[in-house]
Design a protein around this ligand. Structure first.
Ligand SMILES: [Ca+2]
Ligand SMILES: [Ca+2]
Ligand SMILES: [Ca+2]
Ligand SMILES: [Ca+2]
Length: 661
């Protein structure tokens, strides 16, 4: 067992806030926040208020000394072999994260790091690499009426990259701190322009608490060097939060956008240098849920991408100007994403409320048995897809396919609906955006979108962070990964193509790519044992250095010289693996359906047991399927003319046909 030591209690240092004038020139009214830790400044008018963070305030974070057992610092090759994919890359496990949820009854996970919302890197003031993760430990019971603060854990692992791949990689420092925050938006920004980054967290309290509780919170800045945090802004129900230097003074401004319906209706625009936030009411044609910002290089302003309406029917690009602490939006372009829904059905959401929701007919079914529920993705990302210097846009359209029996009164939104998505890539031609590519996707548990040239061909690639965290499978390493063709179109690389670049170690749940000191790396969260779902489900943190093209060419030449038969075996193994994956997915689906059919009036505590049984059944079925797939390989692989893709396609078609019966 790992021992955790609580080292430091909260220490409050004295601080002073500075008030700015109201936009209309009047003096703001100063008051103390509910928790007494910062000042709120309100201007007279309802529509306009201003608040200033106590930016000098530094609260030392609660800190755990260590979460690494030196026995577990090891080569990635020591992880479970079931999904292991060999790679020439050097790779080490640098930490193990394991923390029991405070309220375990209502949740399927055993360790809060299984559902972590952040995996990213930074370079600290010593020039060393740090891997950063964040996970929420929900502090309220579902439906509880409370003002209890949330809790987020931030893990920072400072590592010596020279020893990567060895069994004793040097972990220089590895604090875990606790911040009283809950969030779906974090940005890594050098807030104070001292050359190293801080983590900026847009606080909100949608953590399952009762709707009569406040869901609004201030924002937090975590300083890695001092292991302390400060707060800024007034409490908002922040659903979108973007950063960018809008006035070109070197400091990133923050646009803090609350959900405009029921729990607040403001947009906060916070100056990067002063952290003073000015609040304006929601501008027309800006609805929350997928806002992203790109700023013009060496020029004031930028482009905001956002929903145009709360019906999720259209998406907008607007030019942003930043004046007197406020933003103004000038429409640039618009894309009609969906036609108007024409049906309604009754739904029960995850907190048990009944609500009528809109959607469309699923062809061939009455709407009380199948329903396509309108939904929306919560993310977009702007980056240069075609290398012409301007920012293009990627986002996905998401709806939910719902299924129930006719006799049930309402659809259970969590258990009876699954998301279906389509990724859109828009090329920017002088502020006009056209669809350059689109791909059907399974959105899964995506919580961030990133670009990185993964295959080092000079064309920018794109991937979604967080892959397997809510499933019982380990067979999809990165659900949504796209390699760029350099012209705004993308292809989904095969497992074979990916395996030439990076490995797969244990049961991976998320991957993040980055450069450090001229080398490329992948860091990932993984589980050591994919078969054993009982116990702690510790999350292992790995770092893999991605070999250069020259290194790989040399390795490949050596490999080729060794033997041709090895290659054939690899091909056969890849086909068998993919077949097993598809079969396992099907088996799991069938098992889940069986479990759902069996359940009549399920209490929360019984749910996890049923999930376990379903998962166990799925595993058994998957094992049988895998054996069958392996057996099948021996008589099909020798047909040389048939490509791997054809084989897989044929096999998937077979399965689809079976499912259709
Ligand atoms: Ca800084
Ligand atoms: Ca600025
Ligand atoms: Ca471009
Ligand atoms: Ca590329």
């Amino acid at each position: 067992m790992k021992k955790l030591f609580l080292l430091l209690a909260l220490t409050f240092l004295s601080a002073q806030g500075l008030a700015a004038g109201c936009p209309d020139g009047s003096e703001p009214v100063k008051s103390v926040s509910d928790d007494g830790t910062y000042f709120v400044y309100n201007c007279g008018g309802q529509s306009s208020s201003s608040s200033v963070a106590n930016s000098d305030s530094k609260i030392k974070a609660v800190k755990y000394e260590s979460f690494v057992d030196t026995n577990t610092s090891s080569s990635c090759k020591d992880l479970d072999k079931e999904f292991y994919r060999s790679s020439y890359n050097k790779c080490s496990i640098i930490a193990v994260l394991d923390r029991k949820p405070k309220f375990s009854g209502g949740h399927w996970f055993k360790n809060v790091w299984q559902t972590s919302g952040l995996l990213i890197h930074r370079v600290n003031k010593n020039g060393n690499l740090e891997i950063v993760g964040a996970a929420e430990n929900i502090q309220v019971e579902t439906g509880e009426k409370t003002d209890r603060p949330a809790q987020m854990e931030i893990a920072t692992i400072e590592v010596n990259t020279e020893e990567l791949g060895s069994n004793s990689v040097q972990v220089i420092k590895n604090p875990i701190v606790e911040i009283p925050a809950s969030s779906i938006r974090h940005v890594m920004v050098d807030v104070n322009q001292d050359g190293v980054t801080e983590l900026v967290i847009a606080g909100f309290l949608e953590d399952g608490r009762h709707q009569d509780s406040s869901w609004s919170d201030v924002n937090y800045i975590y300083n890695f060097e001092t292991e302390s945090y400060s707060k800024f802004g007034k409490p908002l129900y922040s659903h979108d939060f973007v950063a960018g230097d809008l006035d070109d003074d070197g400091y990133d401004e923050f646009i803090d956008i609350s959900w405009n319906g029921g729990h607040g209706d403001d947009i906060g625009v916070c100056n990067g240098k002063t952290l003073e936030c000015v609040y304006q009411s929601h501008t027309p044609n800006l609805h929350t849920s997928k806002t992203s910002l790109s700023v013009y290089p060496n020029k004031k302003g930028g482009i905001l991408f956002h929903n145009c309406d709360k019906e999720y029917l259209s998406w907008c690009w607007s030019e942003v100007t930043y004046k007197n602490g406020r933003i103004q939006l000038k429409p640039l372009d618009k894309y009609i994403a969906s036609k108007k829904p024409n049906k309604e059905e009754l739904f029960i959401n995850w907190q048990g409320w009944e609500q009528t929701r809109k959607g469309w007919v699923v062809p061939g079914y009455p709407t009380n048995e199948r329903f396509k529920l309108i939904s929306e993705s919560y993310l977009s990302h702007q980056f240069d897809m075609d290398g012409d210097g301007d920012f293009d846009t990627a986002t996905w359209k998401e709806n939910r396919l719902c299924q129930k029996s006719e006799s049930e009164k309402a659809y259970q939104i969590i258990s009876q609906c699954k998301p279906v998505g389509e990724m859109f890539f828009f090329r920017n031609d002088n502020g006009k955006f056209t669809v350059s590519d689109r791909h059907e996707i399974d959105p899964g548990a995506t919580i961030a979108l990133y670009n990185f040239d993964i295959n080092k061909d000079g064309n920018m690639d794109f991937y979604a962070l967080r892959d397997e965290h809510s499933t019982w499978e380990c067979n999809n390493q990165i659900n949504n990964i796209f390699f760029g063709n350099g012209d705004g179109t993308f292809r989904r690389p095969s497992v074979m193509e990916q395996s030439k670049i990076f490995g797969n170690y244990g049961c991976e749940i998320q991957s993040y790519f980055f450069d450090f000191e001229g080398e490329s790396y992948r860091t990932f969260f993984t589980h050591k044992y994919s078969k054993n779902f009982s116990g702690t489900r510790a999350v292992y943190v790995g770092v893999e250095r991605i070999g250069t093209k020259a290194e790989k060419a040399a390795e490949e030449a050596a490999e080729k010289a060794k033997s041709k038969t090895d290659e054939d075996a690899e091909l056969a193994a890849a086909i068998a693996k993919r077949k097993a994956e598809v079969a396992a997915a099907k088996a799991k689906r069938l098992a889940e359906e069986a479990a759902k059919a069996a359940e009549t009036d399920t209490v929360d505590t019984e749910q996890s047991a049923e999930d376990e049984i379903a998962a166990f059944e799925a595993e058994l079925a998957a094992e049988l399927a895998e054996e069958a797939a392996k057996a099948a390989v021996t008589d099909t692989v020798d047909t040389e003319q048939q490509s791997v893709e054809d084989e897989i396609a044929a096999f998937e078609a077979e399965l689809a046909a079976e499912l259709g019966q």
